[in-house]
Design a protein around this ligand. Structure first.
Ligand SMILES: Nc1nc2c(ncn2[C@@H]2O[C@H](COP(=O)(O)OP(=O)(O)O)[C@@H](O)[C@H]2O)c(=O)[nH]1
Ligand SMILES: [Mg+2]
Length: 211
């Protein structure tokens, strides 16, 4: 399924996208006046692939076969040809809830995510990635927690290319109901393989960054 183009929609072009640094602690977070968009989700949900797909850069965020590897906050500086989104920062937050990672490691990085989300003054949108077919308890908790701290997230359902057309309506409805979202406020279906959802997600992010 291709994206539906509406008034004011056009294919935004990314002009530059460059890695700034990986942060192991809050002292390394960015102090700038650029708007920030953060991405968070369970390890292996397809976050690195989505960032690469959004930014049209193949190897920018590392796509991994070994889940749970990234425990740092990765920052990318991006420029585009869209006047409303000319310069901004993409924040790749560490994946949560990977069972094979030890409790000690988890204890180290959950606070890092919270410090970032609590502290960033430039944060305009948090995108939570969930798998189209499986909503984990931690996805639910993350989304509820973000809403409770006044940062209602943009929810994206990843890897929709894996669903048959006959499966996807039901899967997206179950996701929406599982998250307690109203009709019309469900997750944005996305595929980093086909590029489906890219324009729609940019449109939503533009809204959030402008306001
Ligand atoms: N079919 C399909 N596979 C995907 C998609 N996005 C990611 N994957 C695969 O899922 C695995 C995890 O992807 P990655 O981007 O590293 O996930 P991350 O751990 O959340 O950053 C990799 O094997 C990817 O090739 C997608 O949209 N469709
Ligand atoms: Mg990753």
């Amino acid at each position: 399924m291709s994206d539906v183009s509406g008034p004011g929609w056009y294919r935004m072009r990314i002009l530059t996208a460059e890695f700034i640094r990986s942060c192991a602690g809050p002292e390394q977070f960015l102090k700038s006046d650029l708007p920030e968009v953060a991405f968070i989700g369970r390890s292996n949900v397809g976050k690195s692939s989505l960032i690469n797909s959004l930014l049209q850069r193949k190897g920018l965020a590392k796509v991994s076969r070994t889940p749970g590897k990234t425990r740092l906050v990765n920052l990318f500086r991006v420029t585009s040809d869209d006047p409303g989104l000319a310069r901004f920062v993409v924040v790749d937050l560490p994946g949560y809830g990977y069972a094979k990672v030890s409790k000690t490691l988890r204890a180290q990085w959950a606070p890092l995510i919270e410090q970032y989300l609590d502290g960033s003054e430039q944060l305009r949108a948090v995108v939570v990635l969930v798998e189209s077919r499986v909503l984990s308890e931690q996805d639910r908790q993350t989304i509820a927690w973000l809403s409770s701290v006044g940062r209602p997230p943009v929810v994206v359902a990843t890897k929709v290319d894996k669903l048959k057309m006959s499966e996807r309506i039901g899967a997206l409805r179950r996701l929406r109901e599982g998250l307690g979202l109203a009709e019309g406020e469900g997750a944005i279906p996305y595929s980093s393989v086909t590029g489906e959802g890219r324009e729609r997600l940019w449109a939503v992010l533009k809204e959030r960054i402008r306001t």
